[in-house]
Write a protein that binds this ligand. Structure first.
Ligand code: EZ4
Ligand code: CO
Length: 402
C-alpha cells in the first residue's frame, strides 16, 4: 500500500488568486486539487493546512470514497463552502493520483466517453448594445456554439457580468467595490438586448443569460416570460436559492429553462430543486461541491429527474478544476453544457493544462490523471494579492444580492 507522504498548499495570484493543493505519495506520485474560494481564499488554505493536512499524512491515497466520508462525517460540522472546497481539493488530488497510478486519464476511471466533446459557452458582454453585439460576433467567429450575453444597464451601471479587460474578472479590488442596482431598469433593458442578439445572429447557436441572484421569484417569473421568444438555453440564478421552494413560482409562469447551483456546495443544497424538477440545469462544480466524488453523486440524482449538468467555469475555477470538470462532463450521461471563461495569461505560466478547445467544445487530456501540472517556482513570481468580489446596493443604499 502506498501512503500519503507530503501535502502542500500553494496560494498564488497569477492574474487572479488560486489556492492549489498538491498531495505526494511515498512512491513519488503527485495529485493536484483546486481549493479556490473567490474572496475567501485564505479560509480554505487554513482549513487545509491547519485541519486536514495532519489527517492525510500516512493515509492510503487509493481510498478516495473512504477519505471523503472521513473528512465529511469526521468534521462533525457539515457542508458550507469552506469545508466543501477543502474536501473537494483533497478528493480531486486523490482522483489525479489514482489516474496516474492506473495509467489512465480520469474520465476513463469514470466510465469513459459518453460523448465526443464537452459543449461550452463563453461570455459576451458590452457597455451598450452595439458593443455586446460585436462581442457575440467575436465568440461566434471563435467557434463557440453557445454564448452568454450581458450588457450594462444604461445610466445605472453596476450591472453584473460586463468585462473590462481581456477576461471578465469580478474580484478586481482590494476591498469590495460597492455597485448600484436598479431592478426595474434591468427588467426593462435586459430583454431588449437579448432580442437584439437573436435579431442580428438568429437561432443557430445557444444563447444564455445570468441574472446573478438579483430578482425576487415573481420578478424572475416576469423576466422569464418576457424573454420566451428569445428561446434562451437558460436563465441562470434568477433568484437566490437558499429557499429552493421559491423556484416553484417561477416555474408556474414561464418555459424559460432555469440553471442554479454555482454557489451551492452539496447534494442537500440542491435536493429539492432536483427532485421536484424546479430547475433544468444544475451548476454545482468539482471545486465548490466536494470534488469529483460528490459532484458525480449530485449529477446522478439529477439524471433521475431529467435535470442536466451545467457546471460553473468562471475564472476563479483554476485549470485544475476545469480539467476535472471536463473529465466528468465527458463521462456523465446527463451532461448539458460547461461554462468556459478561460484565465488571465499569467495563469498559463503556473498551470500547464492538457485540456484543448476545438469547434465549440473542450476535450480532456489523454495523459494519466487529470493532465495538469503546477509550476511552484513560477507561482513564486505571483505573490498573493487580496481581492474581493463586489457588493451590490439598491438605489436607496440597502444591500442587495450581488
Ligand atoms: O460571479 O465566479 O456564471 N458565472 C458567474 C461568475 C461568478 C464568479 C464568482 O466568483 O456567475 O462570474
Ligand atoms: Co453565474
Amino acid at each position: 500500500m502506498s501512503k500519503i507522504e507530503r501535502v502542500e498548499v500553494f496560494v498564488a495570484s497569477p492574474g487572479r488568486t488560486f489556492v492549489t493543493l498538491r498531495i505526494t505519495t511515498d512512491d513519488g506520485v503527485t495529485g493536484l486539487g483546486d481549493a479556490t474560494l473567490n474572496g475567501r481564499e485564505l479560509a480554505v488554505a487554513s482549513y487545509l493546512r491547519d485541519h486536514l493536512v495532519p489527517l492525510l499524512i500516512g493515509k492510503d491515497p487509493a481510498r478516495i470514497e473512504d477519505m471523503w466520508q472521513y473528512l465529511y462525517r469526521g468534521a462533525y460540522w457539515r457542508r458550507g463552502p469552506v469545508t466543501m472546497t477543502a474536501i473537494a481539493a483533497v478528493d480531486t488530488a486523490l482522483w489525479d493520483i489514482k489516474g496516474k497510478t492506473a495509467g489512465l486519464p480520469v474520465y476513463q476511471l469514470l466510465g469513459g466517453h459518453s460523448r465526443d466533446g464537452v459543449l461550452v459557452y463563453s461570455h459576451a458582454s458590452g457597455t451598450d448594445v452595439p458593443s455586446l453585439l460585436d462581442d457575440v460576433q467575436r465568440y461566434l467567429e471563435l467557434g463557440y456554439k453557445a454564448v452568454r450575453a450581458q450588457a450594462a444597464v444604461p445610466d445605472v451601471g453596476g450591472t453584473y457580468g460586463v468585462r473590462k479587460g481581456k477576461v471578465y474578472e469580478p474580484a478586481a479590488t482590494e476591498l469590495p467595490d460597492e455597485q448600484p442596482w436598479d431592478t426595474e431598469a434591468y427588467l426593462g433593458f435586459a430583454p431588449t438586448y437579448l432580442e437584439a442578439v437573436r435579431e442580428r445572429f438568429g437561432f443557430g447557436f445557444h444563447l444564455l443569460h445570468d441574472v446573478h441572484h438579483r430578482l425576487t421569484p415573481i420578478e424572475a417569473a416576469r423576466f422569464g416570460k418576457s424573454v420566451e421568444a428569445c428561446r434562451l438555453f437558460w436563465m441562470e440564478d434568477p433568484t437566490p436559492a437558499e429557499n429552493q421552494e421559491a423556484f416553484r413560482l417561477i416555474r408556474q409562469h414561464t418555459t424559460t429553462p432555469i440553471a442554479v447551483g454555482e454557489v451551492m456546495n452539496s447534494i442537500w443544497d440542491v435536493q429539492h430543486l432536483i427532485t421536484e424538477q424546479l430547475i433544468d440545469y444544475v451548476r454545482t462544480t468539482v471545486v465548490h461541491a466536494g470534488g469529483i466524488t460528490h459532484l458525480r453523486r449530485i449529477f446522478d440524482l439529477a439524471a433521475l429527474y431529467q435535470v442536466r449538468t451545467g457546471s460553473h467555469g468562471a475564472t476563479d475555477l483554476s485549470p485544475v478544476s476545469m480539467a476535472a470538470a471536463v473529465h466528468l462532463d465527458i463521462s456523465v450521461p446527463n451532461f448539458g453544457i460547461q461554462e468556459h471563461m478561460g484565465h488571465p495569461d499569467e495563469a498559463a505560466e503556473v498551470f500547464r493544462t492538457g485540456v484543448t478547445f476545438a469547434d465549440g467544445m473542450l476535450h480532456p487530456s489523454e495523459e494519466p490523471g487529470l493532465g495538469v501540472e503546477y509550476d511552484e517556482k513560477a507561482a513564486e513570481r505571483f505573490p498573493y494579492q487580496q481581492r474581493y468580489l463586489p457588493v451590490a446596493r439598491r438605489l436607496d443604499g440597502s444591500v442587495h444580492d450581488w
